[in-house]
Design a protein around this ligand. Structure first.
Ligand code: NAP
Length: 274
């Protein structure tokens, strides 16, 4: 019987790509998000069971972030419910250098299901589909990252690994720490985007306090802004300025370079005229 794969965050940066890949492999896919049918909301446990009907594998992405307060407890409760309802495999998206996220990883590892963990660096797609896209469009990208170097990963690489882990047995019990192939500062990353678009765009380093104030002024609630900016401060302190070989280990090929991401994203028109 063709059981269903549930993709939590299935409309997001990695989930959408995983759903496309599984559909191409002939898998039946259910999107688990607030806009899914049935709706799945991490903030409302009563919505979790409906999404698990006839499901044997789940791609677990937590929103806003696995390191947020309470996230690991919710992931633990969800994993328990999933296993109780016949799920045999969980693939978890986690973040590098986030102590809070380790608890979420443990919850999945201890669930009794087959597990794979993909512990990712900063996504390239934050510049094209995430909170940095408005800055790119305006020509100035304010962000509290100083001069730190980050090995940005392409969400397509993550999706390739997750799709493989959901459909092949050789990834069970593996933790892949995945990064792009080279370190770039945020200034260098923005320069790659400027080069790909042919437009003048610059990175504008700001302090964590300035960034938090801007988000609060924009109308975001403080119980979202405070842990988010704390998380950015932690993971951008240099602890993650190291390239890892998770993509090569999982897929037997190198990770995609930021310049290739920038070229393809520019060609897609996401940053304006093609
Ligand atoms: N972005 C990065 O650089 C990065 C790096 C490493 C790890 N990660 C991890 O990736 C995960 C996703 O982060 P992201 O920022 O890239 O977001 P994303 O996956 O692009 O988008 C968020 C997804 O979550 C869904 N969602 C939002 N609120 C929800 C809720 N309350 N309940 C259920 N689903 C909800 C959204 O759909 P609906 O609006 O329909 O609900 C959407 O599908 C996080 O756990 C983060 O730790 C991200």
């Amino acid at each position: 019987m063709n059981k269903t794969t549930l993709i939590l965050g299935g409309t997001g940066k990695t989930g959408r790509r995983v759903a496309e890949r599984l559909a191409k492999r002939g898998r039946t896919v259910r999107i688990g998000s607030r806009s899914g049918q049935p709706s799945f909301d991490w903030e409302d446990q009563h919505t979790w069971l409906a999404g698990l009907q006839d499901v044997d594998c789940v791609y677990v992405t937590y929103y806003p972030d696995l390191a947020f307060p309470g996230a690991a407890d919710k992931v633990r409760s969800f994993a328990k419910l999933a296993v109780k309802n016949g799920v045999r495999r969980l693939v978890l998206l986690s973040g590098r250098g986030e102590p809070g996220a380790r608890l979420g990883e443990q919850a999945v590892q201890e669930s009794g299901a087959e597990w794979t963990i993909v512990r990712a660096s900063w996504f390239c797609q934050n510049f094209s589909e995430g909170y940095l896209v408005d800055g790119v469009l305006s020509g100035e990208v304010p962000f509290p990252a100083g001069n730190v170097a980050e090995p940005f990963i392409d969400a397509d690489d993550i999706a390739d690994i997750v799709a493989a882990a959901l459909t092949e047995d050789r990834h069970v019990g593996k933790l892949y720490e995945v990064t792009g192939p080279r370190l770039l500062t945020f200034a260098e990353a923005v320069a790659e985007i400027a080069k790909a678009t042919g437009r003048e765009i610059r990175y504008a380093p700001v302090s964590a306090d300035q960034y938090a104030s801007a988000l609060l002024e924009y109308g975001l609630p403080s119980d979202f802004v405070t842990p988010l900016v704390e998380l950015f401060t932690a993971v951008l302190d240099g602890r993650n300025s190291r390239v890892m070989d998770g993509v090569q280990r999982a897929l037997g090929r190198p990770a995609r370079d930021f310049a290739d991401f920038a070229r393809d994203a520019a060609a897609s028109g996401v940053w304006g005229s093609k």
